[in-house]
Ligand binder design. Structure first.
Ligand SMILES: [Zn+2]
Length: 157
């Protein structure tokens, strides 16, 4: 249960985030994109946040398989050799021709392990997840500082 003070803080945070999202280049003219369902060209509205449809992303076998996908926010896990493990990826996604309630509206797709299995979050769940990530970052920093102390003491703390 949120208090009015927390609700006001959340609204202010949402406004702050919305202010950072670029305005649509031409709000009166939605972008269009041509995709192929089988061999049949289909022109559909393209949301500003979609990264576009080239190559395989422009071809689907069934109309229900067509989906918009935004640019990914990723957090790869660094390895000592400079490479990185897959880590987590978050993207805006929408399957506009799917059945109602089946991700027909935009949502946040959160994949944590590169398996293709992803959670579908609405904006409220996405904001709550972002809050947990900030707390998680603080916890990781705390552990890194704890390790730094151990390293200074020669592995003993
Ligand atoms: Zn798209």
């Amino acid at each position: 249960m949120s208090t009015p003070k927390l609700a006001a803080a959340s609204a202010a945070k949402a406004r702050n985030i919305l202010d950072k999202i670029p305005a649509q280049s031409d709000g009166n003219k939605p972008r269009k994109v041509t995709v192929y369902v089988g061999r049949v060209p289909l022109t559909v509205d393209e949301p500003e946040w979609c990264r576009g449809h080239q190559g395989d992303d422009a071809h689907v076998s069934n109309l229900e398989d067509f989906h918009h996908i935004g640019h990914a926010a990723e957090i790869p896990v660094p390895q000592p050799d400079g490479t990185a493990l897959g880590g987590m990826s978050v993207v805006l996604m929408q399957w506009p021709f799917s059945a109602p309630g089946d991700n027909k509206q935009p949502y946040l797709s959160v994949e944590d392990d590169g398996t293709g299995q992803a959670a579908a979050l609405d904006s409220v769940a996405g904001m709550a997840f972002a809050d947990r990530l900030r707390a998680y970052a603080d916890e990781v920093e705390c552990k890194a500082r704890q390790l730094a102390v151990m390293e200074q003491l020669g592995g003993q703390a």
